[in-house]
Design a protein around this ligand. Sequence first.
Ligand code: FES
Ligand SMILES: [Fe+2]
Length: 334
Amino acid sequence: MTVPPQTAAVQLYLDPAVFARERQLIFARTWQFIGLEADILRVGDYLSETVAGFPVVVIRDDYGALRGYHNVCRHRAGPLVTDGKGRCDRQFVCRYHDWRYGFDGKLKEATGFGPADGFNVLNLPLFPIRVETWLGFVFVNLDAQAAPLIDTLRPLDERLGRQAYRSARLYDHHPMACNWKLYVENYLDGYHREGVHKGLAAEAGTKRHEVRMHGSVALYEVPNRSSGTAGLWAWVWPNLGLNIYQGVLLLEHIRPQGPDRVTIEHIFLHEPEDPGVDAAIHDSERITDEDAWICERVQKNLSAGIFSQGVLSPAHEGAVAWFQQRVAQALAGG
Ligand code: FES
Ligand SMILES: [Fe+2]
């Protein structure tokens, strides 16, 4: 018989100091999804986002390559671009005092700065970040030493590498009053289906949803009663979910906003004329609402102060235990 592992300490879900460490030791060191390559096809097209508190921008440069920078001017920390999608004409022009930077990050002109001894624009390039793409998804990494993106995604790439590109998309987002780790743990836990998703349990039969870790990727193939695999469900350390069900690819970006707040951003990618899309999206929304409800209630119970530590089922919560260990390792590593 296996002794059940203990759950992580409650403070990990409540303490702003832990959240600050996670930002530095987890989110600033891992590959973070930032958007779709289809949105930045032309020279000067950009995507700008805040990755765990760090504003960043990815731009299509003059040679067609993608480059990434912190969205921070070297003069007095103004933003180079506004948030979201947009286009720069030949260069970045800081929104504060108009300093101009090439897409290669070099400061070309400190507009109107005036005479100053020893001032050399060459000494003030933008702060670079890493950018890589996979299946049309753009990722950034704030750690210059990080291993290539494919090292993390390989188990998923082996299953999804030949997916056809789906051109139509639909976005929505779900703000939730819980720590990001509670949402991830719930995502990695097939044990709660009967308790939380009664409709899903009835559809899928009684077999429990067993999640297995493959490196830093959790995978679960959705069984179909008649024809083998109906879909694939995956999660990538530390905060990206991806699943394909009824032909629709759903990207779930789990974006921490603070110790007790997270936003789940959904992008549904599908074929333009797929008649199954509405039903797939409707099911997904219902499941997300059910998950939000339970995660928010657990956060409330953790904050209340009666619960200090629980146990994880060796048979059904192995992926949750893996995640809690991985977080503990990351937090110890700084
Ligand atoms: S802060 Fe960018 S030009 Fe002043
Ligand atoms: Fe769920």
